[in-house]
Design a protein around this ligand. Structure first.
Ligand code: TXA
Ligand code: MG
Length: 320
């Protein structure tokens, strides 16, 4: 397979590794090939860059994203690897396996990349251009599949270009080998739990690791991606679309915030992008301040507002 990257700088459809790395370092998006599917990459340490992923995909919810690393050393700067986790990574990286691990203090990732969780899904992709790009960018890259929300995952650069009508630069690495997303495994003590079936077979992992790969159960403490509980929920109860009552904390949006000692304003200027960037850190802060109930101001249901409201609704949903 040819990993073509020798075209001239002037050709907008032939992004080179160096150009792609420069774009990513500048906080721009660039799609890149992996062995599974093409990813829509952004600097995972830059909240604005990660938010552009959501804006560009038109994704209506903030799911935690897979963070791609150049090697195990880069991954170990972001997460805490138990001996079992390290054995798993050494067995299958580079490869189509994402491992969910506790974040390391000082990790530097944008909290929008992990959707405010205290864990992160990491992988080292098995594709020469992806690895060159990660090394050249010299930072972890958040990358969901490079398709508009609700469309098929792309396995060629041409599909990425067509999907985003040429608005996203693509590093062309030819067709992807697998076409199926990576398998996601959480390491929980001595247990391995599969959160998403994917390109790496369950049996292969179980055999190599010499232990069963459990399938996630609904309602389990570590839960399946897109299946509910994998998302950060504040300890406080939440009331949406409202103004605060005495004693309640307030998550405000826009100018007209009432006086309140437990208050955070997602964006005084009513900027949804700024609000999205602040969402998880402000929920964490109000929690840390001991809020029992958080009243949340109405937030417009346009642009990133849809994802913000989805996140707030799920945070407000009854807990078990
Ligand atoms: O093959 C792949 O994995 C592709 C290529 C581009 O690498 N990437 C991909 O990324 O599928 P993404 O961001 O679309 O996958 C995110 C999935 C979601 O289902 C999410 O719930 C899960 O990973 N996930 C991410 N972080 C998690 C965490 N901390 N705990 C549980 N699940 C997590
Ligand atoms: Mg996808």
């Amino acid at each position: 397979m040819a990993y073509c990257q020798t075209a001239p700088m002037s050709d907008p459809f032939r992004t080179t590794v160096e150009e792609a790395a420069a774009l990513l370092r500048a906080g721009k998006l660039c799609a890149f090939p992996t062995e599974t599917v093409y990813g829509l990459g952004a600097d995972a340490t830059n909240a604005d860059a990660v938010l552009s992923i959501y804006e560009t995909k038109g994704r209506p919810r903030f799911n935690p994203l897979i963070v791609h690393c150049a090697d195990l050393a880069m991954a170990e700067r972001l997460a805490i690897f138990s001996p079992l986790a390290r054995k798993l990574a050494e067995a299958f990286w580079p490869g189509p396996l994402s491992i969910v691990l506790p974040l390391r203090p000082g990790h530097g990732l944008a909290d929008i990349a992990t959707a405010g969780l205290d864990t992160v899904a990491l992988r080292v992709p098995d594709h020469p251009l992806a690895l060159q790009l990660l090394r050249a960018a010299d930072r972890p890259l958040a990358a969901p599949s490079a398709n508009p929300s609700g469309k098929l995952s792309p396995t060629t650069a041409e599909q990425v270009r067509r999907g985003f009508a040429g608005r996203v630069p693509v590093l062309d690495g030819g067709p992807c080998k697998s076409g199926v997303e990576s398998t996601i495994v959480a390491v929980d003590g001595e247990r391995l739990i599969q959160l998403r079936a994917g390109a790496l077979a369950r049996e292969t992992i179980a055999e190599t690791m010499g232990r069963p790969l459990e399938q996630v159960k609904q309602g389990a403490a570590i839960s399946a991606p897109g299946m509910l509980l994998s998302h950060y929920a504040p300890n406080a109860n939440m009331r949406l679309d409202t103004t605060p009552m005495p004693g309640e904390a307030y998550l405000a949006f826009g100018k007209l915030a009432p006086h309140n000692s437990l208050i955070r304003n997602l964006s005084e200027s009513g900027d949804l992008h700024e609000a999205a960037r602040n969402l998880f850190s402000m929920l964490h802060e109000l929690d840390a301040m001991g809020a029992k109930v958080i009243a949340v101001a109405p937030i417009p249901q346009t642009g990133l507002g849809e994802a913000i409201n989805d996140r707030l609704r799920r945070a407000a949903a009854p807990r078990t």
